[in-house]
Design a protein around this ligand. Structure first.
Ligand code: ATP
Length: 241
């Protein structure tokens, strides 16, 4: 109670069969901030995000959205409350055009036609390449364009807290920079709160306010992004570079 965090995790324990994969995770994400969730392959990042989305049920601990315990809140109701995970780029509807994909995303807001038009155009302003490809079908897009479309479709529903699981995977550095710049801009301009799980540590920390490093399901570092990026011992021990 009384917490200022948009998203808070308290003593989270999650596992599959056997020993827990996430064991007592505690973290807070302040409103309008970007937090990078870092850690080697298998550290538990995906497990954390799936638990926050409501796809996995924790064995212990709590997830709070604006101070509200989400234990009894189903996946779709978490989305309705503004806790949204960006799906992988290959999830875009490949038969539909970019424009149609965005219109579908805007339907969520059940606003009038004009408001939806404005919302879609706002996405074209944020993602130049999508504006040029508006009449192209999903299957004609590059991997980077699909990832942009997936992010745009999530943003158009006006989430309060956005969860991303390795959005940089397989993308060219220039595209990663473009995607991450949009996340930073939305956080600054609209107060969007972002939890970004990444193995691309340098890129993630370059736009993040804070970084949280997971190893074997526990937090081994939680610090300002610049401090983390500048800590060679930490990088060497947990981040593999
Ligand atoms: P990656 O970047 O490879 O996805 P990660 O940090 O996201 O790594 P998780 O995917 O959360 O890590 O996996 C953490 C641990 O949980 C790993 O040891 C993994 O083998 C195990 N694990 C993940 N999913 C399952 C599952 N469905 N059933 C059993 N074990 C799983």
């Amino acid at each position: 109670a009384g917490t200022a965090a948009a998203l808070a995790v308290e003593g989270l324990v999650v596992g599959y069969a056997g020993a827990p994969v996430v064991d007592g995770l505690t973290l807070e994400v302040a409103p309008g901030s970007v937090v990078a969730l870092l850690g080697a392959n298998g550290a538990g990042k995906t497990t954390v995000l799936r638990t926050l989305s409501g796809l996995l049920t924790p064995r212990g601990g709590r997830v709070l959205l604006d101070g509200d315990d989400l234990a009894a809140v189903r996946v779709e109701d978490r989305v309705r409350r503004g806790l949204v995970q960006v799906p992988e780029g290959r999830s875009v509807v490949t038969e539909l055009t970019v424009e149609e994909n965005l219109q579908l995303g805007a339907l969520w807001r059940s606003a009038g036609r004009a408001a939806r038009r404005t919302a879609v155009d706002e996405m074209y302003d944020l993602f130049e390449p999508l504006a040029r490809r508006r009449a192209s079908a999903g299957h004609q897009l590059s991997g980077g364009e699909r990832q942009m479309l997936a992010l745009a479709r999530a943003l158009i529903s006006r989430p309060r807290v956005l969860l991303l699981d390795e959005p940089s995977l397989g993308l060219a550095p220039r595209v990663v920079a473009q995607l991450f710049a949009v996340l930073r801009e939305r956080a600054d301009a609209t107060g969007l709160t972002v939890l970004l799980a990444e193995q691309n540590v340098t890129s993630a920390l370059s736009i993040a306010d804070r970084g949280v490093v997971l190893a074997l399901g526990e937090v081994v570092a939680d610090a300002g992004a610049a401090d983390l990026a500048a800590d060679p011992a930490l990088r060497h021990a947990y981040l593999g570079f």
